[in-house]
Write a protein that binds this ligand. Structure first.
Ligand SMILES: [Zn+2]
Length: 355
């Protein structure tokens, strides 16, 4: 590169770069005055990552969820600093999963006085599971390269297209997270909410609330009363919900409670904001159908080990995936497989004979 080009590269573009704050695969949108969403462009691409919401108040800032990857969290900090000198005072972890908590430390490094809010269940799960999970991930990622995974994906393409999709998603995780893992630490929540906590910020009221079990047993929602914006965490995920360990019976009740907020905008834990409750209704009917299918399998004498093969949710599968192979991969991996197991356990059926 010539000196002139080097000069041009340094001085011609920085204002554009800092204004756009582009981090690959993520985009910003302003949902309402001072309320920003940083969201994955492709909800199925690896790493699958939660939405982060930035709420800029007169004198401070609240952030809802901190991303799976410190690099994505750093992009949020950079964006905040381009918008305001107000400090982040609170980071809300809607639940304990890594795609909502791994960036906590990044925010705390930039804003050391910030409090991290969660439900006590979230703190308990982070304390008992986070370190072992990330140690396992570090060991697994150390043993692979993105190139090898992509080669395996290419080799699987024709005979095992679904495996090729899974491998490409995995390559996305390794590519984004492997460089971050050596320094990854978790900043644990410091402020517990198991009922309701309200923050008055001038005309804005921020209500952090536990309204029942949803995607986990400690999901918090955030209600912006004046703006009528509701952030649900992974109680609502679009376009394919997650059902890992979900307490299905309670989840349905909690979904119904979301309708009572009369929200004008619902920000899911992943995916596109919803302007009405139609998607919530679809989720509730999906959970109903899952519970009914599992009840019928139990009544027909199906054992837990055979549940995945015995149960069909084909009508719902078509509604949620439209037959798209990548959406189908997510449906099987994130909803159908874990969902029928979660429904069985939620209904109190035995997972092994003799229980
Ligand atoms: Zn999530």
């Amino acid at each position: 590169m010539s000196r002139f080009l080097l000069f041009a590269a340094i001085f011609a573009f920085p204002s554009v770069a800092s204004a756009e704050q582009i981090y690959p695969g993520y985009s910003w949108s302003e949902l309402s005055a001072g309320i920003y969403l940083h969201s994955r462009d492709d909800p199925f691409a690896g790493p699958v990552d939660g939405n982060a919401v930035v709420i800029i108040n007169d004198a401070d800032i609240f952030v809802i969820d901190s991303h799976i990857n410190p690099a994505a969290a750093r992009a949020v900090v950079t964006k905040i600093k381009s918008l305001t000198r107000n400090p982040v005072s609170h980071i809300i972890n809607t639940h304990w999963h890594d795609d909502h908590t791994n960036g906590n430390q990044t925010f705390l490094s930039a804003y050391p006085d910030a409090q991290i809010i969660s439900h006590p269940y979230t703190l308990e799960k982070l304390k008992s599971e986070w370190s072992a999970f990330e140690d396992g991930r570090r060991a697994a990622y150390d043993a692979v390269t993105v190139e090898r995974i992509n080669e395996a994906a290419a080799a699987a393409e024709s005979a095992q297209p679904d495996r090729a999709i899974s491998l490409r998603i995995y390559a996305g995780y390794v590519e984004a997270l492997k460089p971050e893992l050596p320094d990854l630490q978790l900043a644990y929540p410091t402020l517990a909410v198991d009922g309701q906590m309200e923050f008055d910020r001038g005309d804005r009221k921020i209500v952090v609330q536990w309204i029942g079990d949803g995607n986990t047993e400690g999901d918090l929602v955030v209600w912006l009363l004046a703006e009528k914006i509701l952030a649900t965490g992974d109680i609502v995920v679009a376009p394919i919900p997650y059902a890992f360990d979900a307490p299905m019976l309670e989840w349905k009740e909690t979904l119904n409670r979301l309708n009572a907020f009369d929200a004008e905008l619902i920000i899911p834990g992943h995916g596109t904001p919803q302007k009405d409750t139609a998607y919530i209704a679809r989720l509730a009917s999906l959970i109903d159908a899952t519970l009914e299918a599992v009840k019928k399998a139990r009544a027909d004498g199906v054992a837990y080990e055979d549940l995945q093969k015995a149960v069909s949710l084909d009508a719902q599968k078509t509604v949620f995936t439209g037959g798209d192979p990548i959406a189908l991969n997510a449906w099987n991996g994130y909803y159908f497989g874990p969902g029928v197991s979660s429904a069985w356990i939620s209904l109190g059926y035995p997972v092994s004979e003799g229980e």
